[in-house]
Design a protein around this ligand. Structure first.
Ligand code: SF4
Length: 261
């Protein structure tokens, strides 16, 4: 296991003032706020260590934004595999988005059944399409390009069932906007490392990462944390003896950083 990340690299990248973006202000608690300098230093170490270990993730070609939004919606509380299966069935049964919108709700529910929670996801998909059709006249999400990141996120989260995670995935992956999606893997690894309090919400964890690392790191760090969570810091049995983060991991080191949080 490599131990020699350049301290110069970490120090150089943490040598500026910490700025909390207005949209993150209310998610940074006083306890987190006072620890921001140490969290930033640790975050930069984690970033470099994961980059050293996994390398720079390649920017994958993404599907059209609306496809991505529907798939992300289907993937909520499900696996990527089942979400994609449901998406393919949906597309086979309904060749156009107009067809999905006009279909009877039970037909859409039946088409997405393999993703689970179909009774919620079917109507949710039709609600997305209805909002687009009513407000934009078509099924094209490219108007989000012309909005600020906050406006685009507000538009997306204004749809019932679309939370900040789905919105930030779409905005980061399809529109290259500076958002840091926090899924179950990122949340678990962040808490075990001590980057966030044990009871932090995913929105709070997102606010911490967005505050302590520069925007150009969001994409590679997000993907490397997910990979680390899937392959090493697994939910039930973390493989700590194979982990490149163990020397700074609060859980592994038995550090209780967040006693007052
Ligand atoms: S040392 Fe263990 S708990 Fe900590 S990040 Fe690594 S795998 Fe997860």
């Amino acid at each position: 296991m490599k131990q020699d990340i350049s301290q110069d690299a970490v120090a150089a990248s943490t040598d500026t003032q910490i700025v909390i973006a207005p949209h993150n202000e209310r998610y940074i608690t006083p306890e987190v706020r006072k620890r921001l300098p140490e969290l930033r230093e640790k975050a930069h170490w984690v970033y470099h260590r994961l980059m050293e270990h996994y390398g720079e993730p390649t920017w994958r070609a993404h599907r059209p934004p609306l496809d991505e939004l529907i798939i992300t919606t289907l993937a909520q509380n499900s696996t990527d595999r089942n979400a994609l299966k449901a998406f393919r069935t949906l597309k086979e049964r309904f060749p156009t988005w107009e067809d999905v919108l006009r279909a009877r709700p039970e037909e859409v529910i039946d088409a997405v059944r393999s993703a689970g929670l179909a009774n919620q996801k079917g109507p949710r998909i039709q609600a997305i399409l209805r909002k687009l059709k009513e407000e934009q006249g078509d099924f094209d999400l490219s108007f989000l390009e012309r909005m600020s990141t906050e406006e685009a996120e507000a538009w997306l989260t204004g749809i019932k069932g679309i939370g900040h995670k789905t919105a930030s995935i779409l905005l980061l992956f399809n529109f290259q906007r500076p958002t840091f999606p926090v899924d179950t893997h990122v949340s678990r690894v962040s808490k075990r490392l001590g980057m966030a309090p044990p009871r932090a919400s995913t929105r709070q964890i997102r606010a911490i990462w967005e505050t302590v690392v520069p925007p150009e790191w969001y994409y590679p760090l997000h993907l490397n944390l997910i990979r680390h969570g899937r392959e090493v810091c697994k939910a039930r049995t973390p493989l700590c003896d194979q982990c490149v983060l163990q020397e700074r991991c609060d859980t592994y080191q038995g550090i209780r950083r967040w006693e007052n949080a």
